[in-house]
Ligand binder design. Structure first.
Ligand code: NAI
Length: 340
């Protein structure tokens, strides 16, 4: 099970005789939208990773202070702040993983789709810069609506001739984090033992936790299945309402995004047991993009865990069919925007 905790790659006992420190960390990570509600705690969590050598923080405002602040933490990575379009290229050059949480969050009463008009352009512009400066990087899209912003990113990368579908990810880790938390609480399970995929997309009914695939084996009543599914689907809205106009999930999202970064870095570092759910280009259904569990390796997605979609319960099979029209419309909206 992939859980977010910084891991030292070498135990001291295995180090070469003269080396007293763990191996120097090697990877460069950039966060675009780094001064925001998600960006700041995400920067802090990435700063804690021993796998990171450079942490580049970009925002259109207030990012130099965030970078100065984080740079005082005594962990290995070097932190630099970049601001304004003129500094974006330097932020991205040579980067291995780019995380994009730039854009506006929801307010009460808004759906993720309502963010499209503003965030679509922001993601388009930022991904163009990624294509120009670090086309080989893993790209993690956090900005909502993820169901549309990932197809936008794919189209932009295609137009630039650098699209690698194995390296473009919509970050749905928060759905997995929430699903694991809610189910563990409900069924009194140890969090560390619980694991199951959340598939589909990242908005309302497109989020589909597959409770039938849970490890360890647990029996759910029909009522529990529908209650837990709804709770996962509405997790974001619960936070938006509790924050009452002050934004959407930021801390749990930063935690989830940091877990996905750490998993990507472990994969880049050669670990062979890295599995995460993400919204990616996919052949698993008739939709061009779909969230599922994937195996990550040095070159991005190595395999799709297609067995997760076999032997679904009636409830899950129906929910899967029900989510497809909405997800399809969001994907097409994103593609059309980028092709304009
Ligand atoms: P925020 O408003 O606190 O921060 C956004 C940051 O983006 C700000 O610092 C802003 O200056 C920056 N920004 C705006 N335009 C930019 C541009 N062109 N280039 C670089 N930076 C730019 O918002 P918050 O709470 O951090 O949320 C960010 C996004 O993440 C929203 O779209 C939100 O819906 C999404 N989100 C996604 C989740 C997921 O599970 N994928 C969960 C929660 C939020």
């Amino acid at each position: 099970q992939a859980s977010y905790l910084p891991k030292l790659k070498f135990k001291p006992g295995r180090l070469p005789a003269k080396q007293s420190q763990p191996r120097a960390s090697a990877f460069k990570v950039a966060v675009l939208g780094a001064a925001g509600g998600i960006g700041q705690p995400l920067g802090l969590l990435i700063k804690m990773s021993p796998l990171v050598s450079h942490l580049n923080l970009y925002d259109i405002a207030n990012v130099k202070g965030v970078a100065a602040d984080l740079s005082h933490c005594n962990t290995p990575s070097q932190v630099i702040g970049f601001t304004g379009a003129s500094e974006l290229a330097n932020c991205l050059r040579g980067v291995d993983v780019v995380v994009i949480p730039a854009g506006v969050p929801r307010k009460p009463g808004m759906t993720r789709e309502d963010l499209f008009n503003i965030n679509a352009s922001i993601v388009k512009t930022l991904v163009e810069a990624v294509a120009n400066n670090c086309p080989d990087a893993f790209i993690h899209i956090v900005s909502n609506p993820v169901n549309s912003t990932v197809p936008i990113a794919a189209e932009v990368l295609k137009q630039k001739g650098v699209y690698d579908p194995k390296k473009l990810f919509g970050v749905t880790t928060l759905d997995v984090v929430r699903a694991n938390t809610f189910v563990s609480r409900k069924k009194n399970l140890r969090l560390v033992d619980v694991d199951f995929p959340v598939i589909g997309g990242h908005s309302g009914i497109t989020i589909l936790p597959l409770l039938s695939k849970i490890k360890p084996f647990v029996v759910f009543t029909d009522e529990e299945v529908s209650e837990l599914t709804l709770k996962v689907q509405n997790g974001g809205t619960e936070v938006v309402e509790a924050k009452a106009g002050a934004g959407s999930a930021t801390l749990s999202m930063a935690y989830a995004a940091a877990r996905f970064v750490e998993s990507s870095l472990r994969a880049l570092d050669g670990d062979s047991d890295v599995y995460e759910c993400a919204f990616v280009q996919s052949d698993l259904t008739d939709l061009p993009f779909f969230a599922s569990r994937v195996k990550l390796g040095r070159n991005g997605i190595e395999a799709f865990m297609s067995a997760d979609l076999l032997n679904l319960t009636n409830y899950e099979a129906k929910a899967l069919e029900a989510l497809k029209p909405e997800l399809k419309a969001s994907i097409e909206k994103g593609m059309a925007f980028a092709q304009k």
